[in-house]
Design a protein around this ligand. Structure first.
Ligand code: ZN
Length: 275
């Protein structure tokens, strides 16, 4: 159902696909990946985590910033964790943490780490709290595994953005005109218009140019991200100009779908400018 949802207007309607609220038991153990965190009080930390069955939840790690904390070094972002939780008054309370996949290599490159933050922010913004999110959890886990294995962060990010759009029921239209539904011809002029869900043909009204400046080469690459598996994408030899176009096109598309640009993009751009 969710996948077939026709992309039209607001992202909010499609995000309803994740809105089946699941009751949470008093004590439970779950796999989790940290999406964001902030310090709270004298020694606590509040974290937003994604879990397969319970979706996005807020948890509190009491006393974690004390040197004597048992869970101190283990409740970190960019790792798959097994966490034991107890239902608290406001937040779930973390009682135990086991690191399942540390993905340590991912942290060695600043660009990979900045990309990992960006992917986490997109997951965070795509989910409502306490709604099952197994496909998104699996997507983020796979992306972190790929970054850890040394795959180019830009390609992992584009692959992730494309599949995230899919999971949100907003698969970008790259073959047919998003307005009149006519199949684009091989060399036909087109415009990339995220607000209508993808490409517009030359005959349909709309903006006279696309902001991302998507050439035929760029459009082909978007199709590749939609159709090929990530191993095949990793092996492609790509013109840097096409990669830049597709990056701009997908940023605009995801920014539009989630109703604003990700905050972590500024940091990612800064890191890349300094590389
Ligand atoms: Zn058209």
């Amino acid at each position: 159902m969710c996948r077939d949802a026709v992309f039209r207007a607001s992202a909010r309607a499609s995000r309803g696909c994740y809105r089946a609220i699941v009751p949470i038991p008093r004590r439970y153990t779950t796999e989790a990946i940290v999406l964001s965190r902030f310090d709270f009080g004298e020694a606590d930390r509040i974290l937003t985590v994604i879990t397969p069955d319970w979706g996005k939840i807020k948890v509190i790690a009491k006393g974690i910033r004390r040197p004597t904390s048992r869970i101190g070094g283990s409740l970190e972002p960019f790792a798959e964790l097994q966490v034991a939780l107890a239902r608290g008054r406001t937040f779930e309370v973390v009682t135990q943490v086991v690191v399942e996949h540390a993905w340590l290599n991912l942290r060695d490159s600043l660009e990979s780490a900045a990309t990992a933050w960006y992917l986490a922010e997109l997951a965070d913004r795509s989910l409502e709290e306490r709604t099952a999110a197994e496909p998104l959890y699996t997507l983020l886990k796979r992306a972190y595994g790929l970054l850890d294995a040394g795959m180019a962060p830009g390609r992992v990010a584009r692959w992730y953005e494309m599949h995230l759009a899919d999971e949100l029921g907003m698969r970008p239209e790259v073959d047919r005109c998003a307005e009149c539904d006519r199949m684009l011809e091989a060399e036909e002029r087109h415009r990339w218009v995220p607000a209508v869900g993808g490409v517009l043909c030359d005959r349909c009204p709309g903006p006279t140019h696309d902001r991302a400046g998507l050439s035929l080469e760029g459009l082909k690459l978007l199709k590749a991200y939609q159709r090929l598996d990530i191993e095949a994408i990793a092996a492609l030899r790509l013109a840097p100009s096409a990669e830049r176009e597709v990056e701009a096109a997908m940023r605009e598309f995801i920014g539009n779908a989630l109703e604003r640009q990700a905050r972590s993009l500024a940091f990612l751009d800064e890191v890349r400018a300094g590389v």
